[in-house]
Design a protein around this ligand. Structure first.
Ligand code: HEM
Length: 497
């Protein structure tokens, strides 16, 4: 009798185990390549979200012998990346990204000495007090951005990127760039560097990522090595040229004069990682915000009322932030609804581990899928709805007081987790607040009109499907809403030089 009971308990146990375990592993897959063919090359986060609805907030897929663990709940990402940060802060091996950046791109660096030194430096530079020092530059670039946008809105992608690049190049390298061609040159070089990394890191583009033994081939037999060599030379030449002058008041000067344990070569790459991290990201967030202002004019009006009440006729400044909770809510909701890194930034684990009864093997790649994390219904009721009030009204799970401080971007999953969390969070917070408040203080943005005066629709969701997911080109107009304000911005920006 006892044996029979034991057997029944055993069978039930096995079935329960199977059900639980199976529910967390994607079912089918091919030998060697596993589920690789099921993962779309574009917008993988949408497929990952579908699978999360079926298999739960943590599940695994196999691709070319690598276990990929997809996380769709913020609390799980924090449990692993923050609480178990000593295990989960590595990055997956990305061979081509390593080759084109001389293994110097901090964001992709493995959990080793170079990353530790570089990260310490980056974090020490991007402190609140240092960011405070660069506020005047950030403010002038936000003012200039509004003037540029109003003059030529169709070039918006460039104007938004330019504002970030000019702030970074001053703060990091101490360089003041003349308007025009010189600016274009810098914007082109840094976006080209980030574009290279983005492209070569895209799964499926280079076979060597799946067959690492190809690295043993001599260069004449390995076209990818020749390509990488040309690219790393191009990027190095530009990045090294920026640190040659080492002017006062710059991260470059501090990197070379203080002891950070970094070699001269490492200094060039660490600085370029901060420069590169800032490129594309904030400008993409701003593009989504502008798109949302076009889609939801009622929110635009609320922001303008708030700005008029808090600021009136004088120029906006970052000190206005406590009185602009609705501006902060629209920024945060835009970054939730349309995350800049929709598919998240992968981590890797350095040792076998068990989480909530679930085995995670050493070397597994962990993807915090932001698209799904930000669509968690418990935390974000009606997650597919753009709803800035979820940050402003008591009763919503995301509401926090006081509104002079909240909502803000601190510990926001859009910037990642744990020891790898984005060190540029505070710079971004300031840049976006300044850009949105200056834009709406002076202007109204709205849908463009065709020849017959009919409004041209802006797309609801037409975003690129790569790591930094950006709205595809859309039409909008920027009109001055209070006469004289654009002139005030222009004068303030040009007085700053
Ligand atoms: C909208 C703006 C931005 C977003 C959404 C963003 C998001 C992220 C995310 C998700 C990560 C990976 C975190 C993780 O692995 O858990 C990251 C890393 C990083 N970000 Fe940002 N970022 C932004 C702006 C910036 C800016 C302005 C800078 C520089 C000033 C910057 C520099 C970096 C660097 C250097 C890393 C690598 C950190 C590491 O691997 O240790 N980012 N960012």
């Amino acid at each position: 009798m006892f044996l029979l009971q034991l057997a029944i308990v055993g069978v039930i146990g096995a079935l329960v185990f199977q059900a639980v375990y199976k529910s967390r592993v994607l079912p089918k897959g091919w030998p060697i390549i596993g589920n690789a063919l099921d993962i779309p090359g574009s917008h993988p986060w949408l497929k990952f979200k579908e699978w999360a609805d079926e298999f739960g907030p943590i599940y695994q897929v196999q691709a070319f012998g690598t276990t990929i663990v997809v996380i769709s709940k913020e609390s799980i990402a924090n449990d692993l990346f923050a609480l178990r940060g000593a295990l989960y802060s590595d990055r997956p091996q990305l061979i081509m990204a390593g080759l084109v950046s001389d293994n110097g791109f901090l964001g992709a660096a493995r959990w080793a000495e170079y990353w530790r030194k570089g990260r310490r430096f980056a974090q020490s530079m991007l402190t609140s007090s240092n960011i405070q020092l660069s506020l005047p530059k950030q403010t002038h670039e936000a003012q200039q951005m509004v003037v540029d946008l109003a003059r030529e809105p169709s070039k918006y992608a460039y104007w938004l990127e330019r504002a970030g690049v000019m702030t970074s190049i001053k703060q990091i390298y101490g360089i003041d760039v003349a308007r025009g061609r010189a600016e274009e040159h810098h914007v082109h070089e840094i976006t080209s560097y980030m574009g290279t990394i983005d492209r070569v890191a895209t799964p499926g583009v280079y076979v060597v990522e799946f067959l690492p033994w190809l690295m043993n081939l001599p260069t004449w037999l390995a076209p990818f090595k020749r390509e990488a060599k040309a690219l790393v030379r191009q990027h190095w030449d530009y990045m090294a040229s920026l640190v040659r002058e080492k002017p006062t008041d710059s991260f470059a000067k501090r990197a070379s004069e203080e002891d950070w344990g970094l070699t001269d070569r490492e200094i060039v790459w660490v600085l370029s990682s901060i420069y590169g991290g800032a490129s594309g990201t904030s400008a993409t967030a701003m593009q989504s915000i502008i798109l949302n202002l076009c889609l939801f004019p009622e929110w635009q009006q609320k922001l303008q009322q708030e700005i008029d009440k808090a600021i009136g006729g004088r120029l906006p400044s970052f000190d206005d932030s406590p009185n602009l909770p609705t501006v902060r809510a629209v920024i945060k909701e835009s970054m939730r609804w349309r995350p800049v890194l929709s598919g998240g930034f992968p981590h890797a684990v350095i040792k076998d581990d068990v989480y909530d009864g679930y085995f995670i093997p050493k070397g597994a790649v962990l993807i915090p899928n932001q698209w799904a994390i930000f669509r968690d219904e418990q935390m974000y009721p009606e997650p597919d709805t753009f709803r800035p009030e979820r940050w402003l009204k008591p009763g919503y799970p995301t509401y926090q007081e006081p509104l002079t401080t909240y909502p803000n971007l601190k510990r926001f999953a859009a910037f990642g987790h744990g020891r790898r969390i984005c060190p540029g969070l505070e710079v971004t917070e300031k840049a976006l607040l300044l850009q949105v408040s200056n834009l709406l203080w002076a202007c109204r943005v709205g849908k463009g009109r065709d020849g017959s005066g009919k409004e041209i629709e802006v797309p609801w969701y037409d975003y690129t499907g790569v790591a930094i997911s950006t709205p595809k080109q859309f039409d909008f107009v920027v009109e001055e809403r209070v006469s004289g304000r654009l002139k005030m911005l222009e004068e303030a920006a040009s007085a700053a030089g």
